[in-house]
Every structure is written in C-alpha cells, then in structure tokens.
Design a binder for this molecule. Sequence first.
Ligand SMILES: [Zn+2]
Length: 431
Amino acid sequence: MPQNQGDLKFLTSFYHCKSFNEFEFKKNQLITVKGGKIVSIQEASGDIDSDTVVIPGFMIPGFIDTHIHSPQYVFTGTGYDLGLLEWLQKYTFPKECQFDDLKHTRNVYEKVVSKTLKNGTTCASYYATIHPHSSLELARICVEKGQRGFIGKVNMDRNSPDYYTETTESSLRDTREFVKNVLGLESDLVVPCITPRFVPTCTSELMLGLAAIAKEFNLPIQSHLSENKNEISWVQQLHPESETYSHVYYDHGLLNKNTIMAHCIHLEPKERELLREQQVGISHCPNSNFCLHSGVMNVRRLVQEGFEKIGLGTDCAGGYSPSLMDSMRQALIASKVIHIESRNETAKEQFDALHYYHVFYLATLGSAKVLNLDHKLGNFEVGKEFDALVIDMSGIDLFDHDDEYTRFEKFIYLGDDRHIKQVYVQGKQVI
Ligand SMILES: [Zn+2]
C-alpha cells in the first residue's frame, strides 16, 4: 500500500476528454500520483510493482457540479408543480430560512456532501443560505469529508420575504466576514464564492458592494441568469437603464471571467455576445429547467458561437437529482428536444443532438473550465490533481458485440452511484 498520503500507483484503463469533441479511451495505463498530483501516465509494460493498485474496471475524472443549493436538499424530489418565482416563495424561502440553526445545518449539509461524493461529485459550486455561520459550516463539512467546494453565502436585500431577508449593510458585512472565515480555514479544497441570489433580490447598492468584495479578494462570483420568462420581464422592469438582463450584472461589475451563470436559457444574441466577450462560465442545469418548466437551453448553439466554458449543474432542488450522471442524461434529452424542434418547417436553424461523450465532457473538463480550474482538474494529464472515480460496470449487461465505446455509452445512459466504487480527491480516497 502507498506510504504517503496522496502517493499512489494504479494500473487502469480510463476515459476522459481533451475538448468538447476530443474523447479518449486509454487502455492499461500506469498512473503515478505524488502529493495528490499526477506525475506520470505510461502504457503498462512488463512486470507490475507490488505496490501498484490494479483497477478491474476503469477510471474517469471526478464529476464537477457547477450549480447546487445545499439547503434545498431537504425538499429535493418534491414541489415541481410551480414555475420559478412561485416555487421560490412557496417551497424555497421557507426551507432556507431554517438554516440559522447550526444543528439543522450540520445534519443536512453532512448528508448533501456525503450524497454528492457518493455520486462522484469531487467538486461542487454550492449556494448555501443568507446565514454566514451556517454557510461557513458547509465549508467545514466539505473540508472534513474531502470534497472541493466553491461555497456561497447567498445575498438578498429586496423582494424577499420578511422572515428571510437582509439589509444591504448586514448583507455586505456578513459576506466580508464569511469570506475571511472561509479563507481562514486555510484549506485548498474550499473557496468562498460571491453569491447574489439573482437580480430581483439584490439592490444596485448590494450588487456593487459584492462586486467590490469579489475584486478585493479575487473571488469567483455565481448567480442565476435568464432562467424564466417572468423573471426576465421583472428584471427589465427593475432595471430599465440596463440594455438586457445580462447587462444588469455587467453594469454592476459582476460579469467577468470569474463569473458562473446558471441556466442562460433565453438569452438574446447581444447577451450571448457579452457573455462570450467577458468569458463567463455557463452552468447548464437541464433537470431543473424541465422540472420548473423554465425552458430548454441550447448547448450546441453556444458551442458553435465559440463558448468554451460550459458545464453541468444539478441545481438541487430545482432539479430532483443530486447526481451528475442524471445531469448528463437530462442534457442529452434537452439536446434531443432542441434537435426535434429544429426539424420543424418553421425553424430557422438546425441543431444536432449531443452525443454521450459531449455530456461527459460537460460534467468533467467543461465544468472545470466554468470554475477556471481546468489547469488542475477535469481530465487525466500529468501535472493535474488526481480527482478520479473507479467505475465497476457490475449489473449493467454487456454482450459480445460491446466494445470499449459502447461499454462507456451504456455507463453514461445506465450508470448510477452503485457503479462508482471509489472516489479520489487530490489523491486521497474519500469514498
Ligand atoms: Zn439555482
């Protein structure tokens, strides 16, 4: 067995992506990991050292969830009768407000981190609640359980219920304190993330103040954009001075290469141009988009227009599954809906559906790009950190005609947490 934590040697086959269209299968590779990083990948030949771990199935890079709400886990799988704005009022805010209780927080957040790790999520961009101490607790739990996390204390100082709101001043003060406390954990697994919930719940003053904090500490920013048509009209009413919804974030200093925007379903061409210019990362959350009747995002169009930073988000509890395996399948279905609609006689443009390896890219390297972590995560390359899943196909029937590629396609369409046998983050086995 390995002597030092994070020092490992594996004999394994693996699948990964090098870009949206470059999917690769490598057979019988010797992967050496030191200090949590991949130091060499070689074709195995000759005798194998006794300290080499032989993987009977195959490995893939860890999944990265670019958008998930940890407090909403308590009602995941319920309440999909409403659209976004009504859903927030009826289901979300009453549940989120309960997270001022640290005991409740720990109970729920331990379950969220364990469940997502078990499903292969080695890194997640989390929204917590408006409560700074309970948001900090999420960071602590990620560190304890060994999951990477962008941790967001949510901000909302307008159009929020009386029982779940902040003043502009307290929101900014608490965010600053939260940022310092997360940085004070001195863990390279967790990063504080500036998290204005979305434009309707944040005043201009708050958005400007949050942009200043993000700049001061060089932090990622996450929010929601263009999810639902009623939401878009509401933003237009609130900010007639800005050209579009996207421009509201831009005009308040919140749209740049460190920004992750979830949904982005109904963007106008000039918004897409702005997001591309600003190198914003886009989190595609298809399960949520179906469940809250928001719409269907067109990944192909964004790729054709030159977007590179597109990844997947489960958006629990807008989406009902905390698993990126589900997100991949929902992204496939969403792309098929776009494809079917684009065959209508009245359609102006045609779009092909995505393939299984495209959604695998979105869940791994694409998501790493969204979080600006592709220099260290997302695939198996020398110098990158070793975040990996060991996959065992037991229970998924294979036949004589199956090859390496159909085997993997079956895993994408039919796999779940039962097939994820081990999970490594930074070279450390966490499941
Ligand atoms: Zn969300």
